[in-house]
Design a protein around this ligand. Structure first.
Ligand code: SAM
Length: 410
């Protein structure tokens, strides 16, 4: 319900958890149901339109969509009668919904009777079939004509749990051996990346609290090696929070690193992550579009992990597709273009700047990089460009974009 009015799902869930006393198990179940519902939102909205004469009010719609998500599953998580009963109990317990409990019961039971005709019927609509807004589907088709189906499908599968092994604490081989001793199946999928066969809470990850590993997608683990840092370098991480790439940079070399983020609250998470890793950096809450925080000393390396639509990480954040608007991509690209121009002025001659986005849209990524190189006569160095999130065993990573630039020597 809150997502429909523009609140990101993690924020909405945090508000819910703050307002109730729930056991960790109940929180896990609520979170799981919310994420599943977002992944099935297009289908359940279409089902609801077919099952009701007029659109139910928001709270009722949310309850019905959650229940329909579970009832429409090919491999059901819960018995059908349990889902219907629990939805009716939930309606009964809520002041706003209690009068609608008969309707909840009737709609869900009708769905079960007509399931085999209703599901194929609604699947004829692209939004219901793919579970993305129509404009998003059109944009994916236009940007990636050969791969759009796989990309959209991958965005509907839950992301794996990928770890980055801190090379200061252990080798990948040694850490795999520790996991094996604890019967946790895992495989190496990148130079420092290990994918667990079964996601677990971080409290169950060996030596997590001592900073031996961090949770980080395999594609995101390419940033630090690409930036090519060495001991003693002065490095700016311009959009640092929550600090995934900051930590990796500091694990790679002894750096004089400034972690900047305009969101002071998010910057606290950088501090927490670095405290866990026991690695030092200067943290400043400031705007990468300005320079008031800069002491005027140029940087050897700049990481510009710019704000973007996050269209490449929808499998982790299934609400994003419903929150974004078609114009967001252009607006964010304009903002990050100004940010890159500003940061370039703080880079030493011969220094390197890495542009990163977690977007699939070319105006934020490839087109942005081309325009930047042309504006500044920047040398383009080897970088992967767009990594597509196809969720194959070889490419089980988020959709990130990388472009690396070098400033000409004076
Ligand atoms: C993609 S996230 C960065 C992820 C981070 N590099 C990591 O690996 O964990 C983008 C960040 O940019 C920050 N941001 C957005 N606009 C900014 C600005 N004008 N100046 C500095 N930071 C900004 C956001 O607060 C957000 O934390």
């Amino acid at each position: 319900m809150q997502v429909e009015s523009g609140t990101a799902l993690p924020r909405a869930l945090a508000d819910v958890f703050d307002s109730m006393q729930a056991t960790p198990a109940a929180r896990g179940a609520i979170q799981d149901l919310s994420y599943r519902s977002m992944r099935n939102w297009g289908c359940s909205q279409a089902l609801l339109a077919a099952l009701t004469e007029k659109q139910p009010y928001p709270k009722l719609k949310t309850l019905l969509c959650c229940a329909l998500t579970l009832l429409a599953e090919t491999t059901p998580t819960y018995a059908q009668h349990t889902v219907v009963d629990q939805a009716v109990v939930a309606a009964e317990a809520d002041f706003e919904l209690t009068r609608a409990k008969g309707m909840v019961n009737a709609v869900l039971r009708r769905f079960l009777r007509e399931r085999s005709t209703l599901l194929p019927l609604v699947s004829q609509r692209a939004e219901a079939r793919w579970n993305y807004p129509q404009w998003w589907i059109d944009k994916a088709k236009a940007a990636w004509p050969a791969q759009w189906r796989e990309i959209l499908a991958a965005g509907n599968t839950p992301a794996p749990l990928t770890l980055r092994v801190n090379q200061r604490k252990a080798s990948v081989e040694d850490y795999l051996a520790i996991l094996a001793q604890q019967d946790m199946a895992a495989m190496q999928i990148g130079p420092q990346a290990i994918r667990l066969a079964q996601p677990v809470p971080v409290s169950r990850i060996p030596h997590f609290s001592e900073g031996w590993v961090s949770v980080q997608d395999a594609a995101a683990q390419l940033a630090a090696p690409l930036l090519d840092v060495a001991d003693g370098m002065r490095v700016l991480d311009a959009c640092a929070a929550p600090g995934g790439k900051t930590g990796h940079l500091l694990e790679t070399a002894k750096l004089d690193l400034l972690a900047l983020d305009q969101d002071a609250k998010r910057l606290e998470r950088v501090a927490q992550n670095l405290a866990r890793l026991q690695l030092p950096a200067q943290l400043i809450a400031g705007d990468a579009l300005g320079r008031s925080w800069w002491d005027g000393k140029p940087f050897d390396r700049i990481l510009a992990d710019v704000p973007c639509t996050a269209s490449g990480i929808v499998r982790r954040h299934p609400d994003i597709r419903w929150l974004r608007r078609p114009s967001d991509s252009r607006q964010l690209a304009k903002q990050s273009s100004a940010m890159l121009d500003n940061l370039w002025g703080m880079l030493k001659p011969d220094g390197k700047l890495l542009l990163v986005t977690c977007s699939l849209w070319p105006e934020e990524s490839a087109q942005q990089a081309d325009a930047f190189a042309e504006r500044h006569q920047a040398l383009r160095l080897n970088a992967p460009g767009q990594l597509l999130p196809l969720a194959t065993p070889e490419q089980d990573h988020d959709g990130l974009f990388y472009a690396l630039f070098q400033k000409p020597p004076v």
